[in-house]
Design a protein around this ligand. Structure first.
Ligand code: FES
Length: 155
């Protein structure tokens, strides 16, 4: 919503020649830009917050998965979002960072009750991400997830 957009010209990078870029603050009115998108067109009834029916971009969290995608006693790695979601007990979902605390690899899989890093073999508990094995110095960071109905969202 910045109406007065300024174009900043950077003068070269190897400033050996006497080119001084003076970022003067005087007179920085960007002319008369008449773009005012504030006007609401028509009388659109705004049924805003709270409707859980909108699929797609819902404010407050990216939909990660369905609850049925997460096996009980296991979990799933969402590498793109760098999140692991586990379900230690039926109906109990946990979110953790998928970034290994050892050297930052993305954990690869969840099996036999642990979240496993392929790089040096660290394993984390699906319950609380505590280090079960390997060189990892500390548990995976907790990641906030929200379960609404059968949808798991980030945040
Ligand atoms: Fe995960 Fe080393 S980076 S075990």
């Amino acid at each position: 919503m910045d109406a007065g957009r300024r174009t900043v010209l950077t003068a070269g990078a190897a400033g050996a020649a006497g080119l001084v870029t003076a970022c003067g603050s005087s007179g920085d009115r960007g002319g008369s830009t008449a773009s005012a998108p504030e006007t609401s067109r028509g009388a659109t009834p705004s049924t805003g917050v709270g409707a859980a029916s909108a699929a797609g971009s819902v404010p407050g969290g990216e939909a990660l998965a369905k609850t049925s995608d997460i096996p009980v006693g296991g979990g799933k790695v969402f590498a793109e979002q760098e999140v692991v979601v586990t379900q230690p007990k039926e109906g109990e979902f946990k979110g953790f960072s998928a970034v290994c605390t050892h050297m930052g690899c993305t954990v690869a899989e969840v099996s036999d009750g642990t979240i496993n890093c392929p790089c040096h073999g660290s394993r984390y508990s699906i319950t609380d991400a505590a280090v079960v094995a390997g060189p990892a110095p500390q548990p995976l960071a907790a990641e906030r997830i929200t379960v609404t109905g059968d949808t798991i969202r980030l945040g």
